[in-house]
Design a protein around this ligand. Structure first.
Ligand code: HEC
Ligand code: HEC
Ligand code: HEC
Ligand code: HEC
Ligand code: HEC
Ligand code: HEC
Ligand code: HEC
Length: 549
């Protein structure tokens, strides 16, 4: 390999749809324990649910993984993995006999209650990354994480971004200006906190403690909200759609229970999506397709069948859910098999809400919330579909443009429309970074480099922390013979995510071309710390060492 001919790598910008809670909202949050004294029964029941236990430090809670099947080989990456329990956390060891690569990471945090499985998080220099290895409860064994099945290397550089923790943890402690750096404790409340559904509780606790008021006040009871605000509470985390887009308003204000989620998060679905495929978080979309929901309207919601504070036990679940059905249906309404109609103790959901295997998601089965008469066979994907707002409201042009841009990589048919909408959105809001970043990417793909370059420069004037814009702009500077500017951009990017391999390798190449051999060498060493299975880096390191000798 000839280092001096090595081109810089191309990294594509992507829209961040994360809508992190602002610090002001969080200052008003007090955590679950503060509610326990007065709402002891709810606190006790809720603490046992999957939602309450959906994240934490390894060792917290009662769930324990089995380590009997904790050693395995992954054919994709050619790596052998082993996980062992230690007092600090779970130790993940990896090795590849083919290349001699080996190393370890300490998994300190988990995501997922373990009812289906668990994913893990480790930190390097305060930055959080996803573990390539997860635990699957059904088989009590360890395996590569969802999304890592086709990896050809040991990938240790997938960031844990705010969006991922936003659904699984509460009172997050992200460090501004970085992609994946968090406080030494990344979240102050494991799982979904009381306050994610009830709003910040500081004032409620203070008033109730002082008994200055007999009315509860200043705490949200979702059941007392209008239907759109009530449904917003669960939709925060249980509605994915085809595209989720953080609205312009979400930059300055944060959703709180009691608000309309649609003001902060625009969710789009395919208008003629007749496909019966499920995604892990699609309960909302499915429920809306059900005859029950269509006929009952706002009366039917998640809370009609689920007690948000409690999960029915395995022994009582058939009866528990049947009673939910019978709140609206007489058992005689079932036109199904004779025995189904005769028996009152029958399992309505066993026939009408079966578990189905989802596509590649968490390797497990989910319950069909479209409540069909009979199980349908999956239908083929449909051509010529279009995106519409899930909320039955007029879609904002800017949000729709971003939604099309989000799906464009996998839906070539919508690309012209995405571009046209983005251009319109840009004339209306020339300072909208999310729009500019997508537009730049389109120009890049069409080979209009000057336009893309100008857009990236504009983005960085508005938001100097924009990682994708800085990375891509660096590439243009290199191509135009401005390595010093590229170097400073990439150095900056790496303070925001030091595990960003493409930026790190680009930096090494640029330093090499500028004759800064020592700096190039240490940059590659750093790349290998974060990303040990990086063949290219090892080869370059050898070459650089040979040159310097
Ligand atoms: C010092 C005692 C106290 C503490 C601490 C407390 N509450 Fe309450 N809460 C009450 C009382 C009293 C009521 C009114 C009577 C009732 O509904 O139980 C109430 C009512 C509520 C209601 C119903 C409001 C309504 O309009 O229907 C919710 C929801 C609630 N609390 C949530 C919380 C949450 C969440 C926390 C922790 C952040 C919390 N409470 C902490 C005493 C307390
Ligand atoms: C802050 C995000 C968030 C909110 C808000 C939220 N959920 Fe969840 N929910 C989750 C996550 C994450 C899981 C998966 C928990 C696990 O097993 O790790 C989950 C799991 C569940 C489950 C499966 C049983 C369980 O407890 O694990 C039900 C049922 C459920 N949620 C219903 C609701 C309802 C009803 C609402 C609204 C009243 C709601 N959720 C609001 C994130 C959320
Ligand atoms: C939009 C909200 C959302 C985001 C973002 C999200 N999850 Fe989840 N996750 C859920 C919900 C809801 C469930 C419960 C599955 C279901 O829908 O029944 C879940 C389930 C899981 C489970 C299985 C938990 C169990 O029941 O044992 C794991 C593990 C998991 N998620 C990991 C992750 C990781 C890792 C990320 C980030 C890379 C992530 N999730 C991002 C909402 C989310
Ligand atoms: C996933 C969302 C969610 C979480 C998390 C949650 N709640 Fe609730 N809570 C609700 C909903 C929805 C209602 C309204 C239930 C109804 O009346 O149908 C409610 C009602 C209440 C009420 C008043 C009615 C009652 O049942 O007494 C209190 C008090 C309360 N919650 C306290 C808490 C506390 C304390 C926690 C944490 C330990 C908590 N909640 C966690 C969604 C949630
Ligand atoms: C809030 C009220 C409500 C609840 C709760 C409810 N349903 Fe329904 N459901 C309806 C209405 C209204 C219809 C339409 C009229 C009808 O067919 O009875 C319907 C229709 C149906 C249908 C016919 C579907 C079709 O394609 O024609 C089935 C099957 C069904 N419900 C099963 C269930 C089961 C099983 C449960 C419990 C898990 C349940 N429903 C809970 C209100 C409800
Ligand atoms: C008509 C009744 C009904 C309604 C309404 C309903 N669910 Fe469910 N849900 C169920 C049943 C039944 C299960 C399976 C529970 C079990 O197997 O123990 C379930 C399971 C779940 C699970 C666990 C994962 C899975 O898919 O098995 C989640 C998460 C969930 N529901 C979320 C929601 C959300 C969010 C809403 C509102 C959009 C909602 N549900 C509305 C009946 C309902
Ligand atoms: C053994 C499986 C089975 C069980 C258990 C079952 N059903 Fe059904 N149900 C069916 C089938 C199959 C149909 C469709 C019949 C058809 O399409 O002609 C049906 C039809 C229905 C319908 C639509 C009736 C109409 O108007 O055409 C409703 C509503 C319904 N069931 C509700 C329930 C409820 C509520 C329960 C629990 C008390 C229940 N079912 C238990 C299999 C079952």
């Amino acid at each position: 390999m000839d280092f001096s001919k090595l081109p810089v790598l191309i990294v594509l910008a992507s829209v961040a749809v994360a809508w992190a809670q602002t610090v002001t909202a969080q200052n008003q949050e007090v955590g679950n324990r503060a509610c326990a004294g007065c709402h002891a029964e709810i606190y006790r029941k809720y603490s046992a649910t999957g939602m309450a236990r959906s994240s934490g430090r390894i060792g917290d809670g009662s769930f324990r993984e089995s380590f009997e099947q904790a050693t395995f080989s992954d054919p994709g990456s050619g790596a052998d993995y082993r996980v062992t329990a230690t007092s600090e956390g779970h130790l993940l060891e990896f090795s590849k006999s083919s290349s001699g690569v080996q190393g370890q990471r300490l998994l300190e945090w988990f995501l997922g209650s373990g009812s289906l499985g668990r994913s893990y998080v480790f930190s390097l220099d305060g930055f959080l990354f996803q573990s390539p290895v997860s635990y699957y409860s059904a088989d009590a064994k360890w395996g590569v994480s969802p999304g890592y099945e086709r990896k050809q290397t040991v990938d240790l550089t997938r960031t844990v971004e705010t969006a991922c923790l936003q659904c699984h943890a509460s009172r997050l402690q992200p460090i501004a200006g970085t992609q994946n750096r968090f406080g030494s404790v990344p979240f102050l409340q494991g799982g979904v906190s009381c306050e994610r559904c009830h709003g910040p509780g500081k004032n409620h606790v203070a008033r109730m403690t002082a008994r200055s008021k007999t009315e509860p006040g200043e705490i949200v009871n979702p059941a007392k909200l209008d239907s759109a605000r009530r449904d917003s509470v669960c939709a925060q985390c249980h509605l994915t759609g085809a595209a989720r887009v953080a609205t312009a308003r979400s930059k300055s204000q944060t959703y709180r229970p009691g608000d309309l989620l649609s003001s902060y998060l625009a969710v789009f679905v395919w208008s003629n999506a007749g496909s019966s495929e499920l995604t892990a978080t699609s309960h909302y979309e499915k429920l809306r397709q059900s005859a029950c929901k269509k006929a009952s309207g706002d009366r039917l919601w998640c809370g009609s069948c689920h007690d948000p504070h409690d999960q029915p036990s395995v022994a009582s679940r058939v009866e528990y859910f049947r009673n939910r059905c019978l709140a609206c249906h007489e058992s005689l309404a079932c036109k199904g098999p004779q025995e189904a109609r005769r028996k009152v103790e029958n399992d309505c959901v066993g026939c009408h809400m079966p578990n189905r295997q989802t596509r590649a998601v968490e390797h497990v089965a989910f319950t069909d919330h479209s409540i069909p008469r009979r199980q349908a066979s999956p239908s083929a994907p449909i051509a010529n579909r279009s995106l519409v707002s899930f909320w039955n409201t007029e879609a904002d042009l800017r949000d729709l443009a971003l939604a099309y841009a989000v799906v464009a990589p996998t839906e070539p048919g919508v690309r012209p429309q995405a571009l046209a909408l983005l251009q319109k959105a840009e004339t209306r809001a020339p300072e909208d970074v999310a729009v500019l970043a997508q537009l730049a990417q389109f120009h890049d793909k069409m080979g209009q480099e000057d336009k893309a370059l100008a857009l990236y420069q504009r983005i960085l004037r508005i938001d100097p922390a924009h990682v994708a814009a800085a990375t891509n702009l660096g590439i243009y500077y290199m191509k135009r013979g401005r390595p010093q500017e590229a170097i400073s951009l990439w150095r900056n990017v790496l303070t925001r995510n030091p595990g960003f391999t493409s930026a790190r390798m680009n930096l090494a190449v640029a330093l090499y071309h500028s004759g800064e051999m020592g700096a190039a060498e240490s940059t590659i060493r750093k790349a290998l710390e974060y990303d040990p299975d990086l063949d290219l880096a090892r080869k370059l390191l050898a070459e650089i060492q040979a040159t310097r000798r």
